[in-house]
Write a protein that binds this ligand. Structure first.
Ligand SMILES: [Zn+2]
Length: 240
């Protein structure tokens, strides 16, 4: 392909061939009449490139760095969410194999208030961990999927109760004393409720909370990256 309009213009900055990485600095630039754009030709691999879509060394590195950061960040989030669910399910399955099960059995048998208080007080640390884990899981999913309408994220709210109750059921030996306890299935239901309620609350509230946090914590220019928190729910981001 011959230059249709010879030109004296040359590329004057470090700019790199998108195909082979050759530095195109000082290469001739001409306007292609048919396409109406400025072109240059890589002397190394012979390919033509639009002269205006310039990728300087710094921009090239910035682009690579940005995608690297994105990958690392996504991996970090996946590891974090997995850890959250791992801890939640571990605590949940601990409840059905520990003496908490015995306390629940006693409370169910005697029906006295003292016994129930004893059970709840003993299980409270477990409950708190499960609630925080469940809330956090749905909340982080809500932020990650900020381009999705919040109402469509209901499957995320089913994960904590489904997974924790499912793990408990799956990992209890059918012949174990835990499985034989009359308190076993009630405990599984308690596990599902203790993770399900915060998951549901987070599903309903997380998007509004994220919007509030973004407005409070992020300066206007940085905020634009999280515009989806508003637009996906049919709202407008407040100005200023
Ligand atoms: Zn090239």
């Amino acid at each position: 392909m011959e230059p249709s309009t010879p030109s004296k213009a040359r590329i004057e900055t470090d700019r790199f061939c998108g195909d082979c990485g050759y530095n195109l600095n000082t290469q001739a630039v001409w306007r292609d009449e048919r396409l109406g754009i400025l072109l240059c030709r890589c002397p190394e691999c012979g390919r033509h490139h639009p002269a205006e879509s310039n990728v300087t060394m710094a921009q090239d590195w910035l682009r690579r760095l940005t995608s690297l950061v994105a990958v690392v960040w996504m991996l970090g989030v996946v590891v974090f969410l997995s850890l959250v669910m791992l801890v939640t399910t571990a605590v949940a399955s601990n409840l059905t194999s520990s003496w908490e099960l015995e306390r629940l059995e006693q409370a169910m048998e005697s029906g006295t208030r003292e016994r129930w208080i004893e059970f709840v007080a003993g299980a409270l640390p477990f409950f708190v961990v499960m609630m925080i884990g469940s809330w956090t899981f749905v909340g982080v999913i809500n932020l990650l999927a900020s381009h999705v309408r919040a109402r469509r994220l209901w499957p995320a709210a089913l994960v904590p109760p489904g997974l924790s109750a499912g793990v408990v059921l799956a990992f209890t030996e059918p012949t174990s004393s835990a499985a034989a306890s009359p308190a076993y299935l009630p405990m599984v239901l308690i596990v599902a409720a203790v993770t399900g309620v915060p998951a549901l609350a987070s599903y309903v509230l997380a998007r509004s909370i994220w919007r509030g946090l973004v407005l409070i914590l992020l300066p206007p220019r940085v905020r634009m990256g999280l515009l989806g928190l508003w637009t996906s729910d049919g709202r407008e981001m407040p100005r200023g």
